[in-house]
Design a protein around this ligand. Structure first.
Ligand code: ZN
Length: 83
């Protein structure tokens, strides 16, 4: 016999907020290409220009970790697979 009940879920909102970050623009010479460059950063003085060290790496090879192959040998005793 399935038992079901109704629970009350209160409405709630998450307020949008702004976060302030402090960025600085550095004028420096890149260590790799040795070109005088300018870069905005929120941390310490950068060493490389955006060409040599892009802030966001372009590679987008994402390996899905949740796609695991089911193994038939590593069952815990008592744990069955339902469904
Ligand atoms: Zn560079």
């Amino acid at each position: 016999m399935p038992s079901s009940k109704i629970i009350e879920v209160r409405e709630y909102t998450v307020r949008a907020h702004k976060r302030e970050i402090h960025t600085r623009t550095f004028n420096f010479v890149c260590k790799q290409c040795e070109q005088s460059t300018q870069r905005e950063t929120f941390g310490p003085r950068p060493l490389y220009c955006e060409r040599c060290r892009p802030s966001q790496p372009p590679k987008k090879t994402v390996v899905p970790l949740h796609k695991r192959k089911p193994r038939a040998t590593t069952y815990d005793s008592g744990k069955g697979i339902a469904g």
